[in-house]
Design a protein around this ligand. Structure first.
Ligand code: HEC
Length: 134
């Protein structure tokens, strides 16, 4: 009898943890107004995408994977999923939204403002992300 109750509690706690982590993963981004209206200052081009790719491989690939599928080597060690950059959901986000997520970040998506200080570099990276569209 006691064992049954303990077993039930373990299952209930397990389910609660699964539900909690699922909702944590879907937490919507809150993008400040200042960023929402931001527009890219670097027109997309093969050269810009190539420059963005170099930065992507250095700073982002470890978690997001080379094609942004969210399958980088570090992805498995994270609590939150990295998302899939090729999806309409992410591709439909505005320049400023992608910029905020990429450089200001939150939680496991760490801040890159110091590591990538140059504005042209930053927009090159966003142009690379846009090139991952399906
Ligand atoms: C340590 C692992 C890690 C690294 C390195 C990393 N990211 Fe992320 N990234 C994440 C995680 C985890 C999320 C999801 C965060 C969340 O939803 O709270 C994320 C989310 C994002 C998003 C938002 C996706 C969406 O769902 O709208 C963008 C854009 C992004 N990252 C860009 C970048 C760029 C650009 C770089 C490199 C400069 C980078 N990331 C480096 C882990 C990482």
């Amino acid at each position: 009898m006691k064992i049954k109750i303990i077993g039930f509690n373990i299952i209930a706690i397990g389910i609660a943890i699964i539900i909690m982590s699922a909702t944590l993963q879907q937490k919507p981004w809150v993008i400040p107004e200042k960023y929402k209206s931001m527009k890219s200052t670097v027109k997309t081009s093969a050269a810009s995408i190539a420059a963005g790719k170099v930065l992507w491989e250095k700073h982002c690939k470890s978690c997001h994977g080379s094609l942004g599928k969210g399958d980088g080597v570090k992805a498995k060690t994270l609590k939150t999923t990295c998302g899939d950059m090729s999806t309409a959901k992410i591709q439909s986000e505005s320049d400023g939204e992608l910029y905020y997520q990429s450089f200001v970040g939150r939680d496991e998506m760490t801040n890159f403002e110091k590591k990538i200080p140059d504005n042209t570099d930053r927009w090159n990276l966003i142009n690379f992300i846009r090139s991952l569209k399906k």
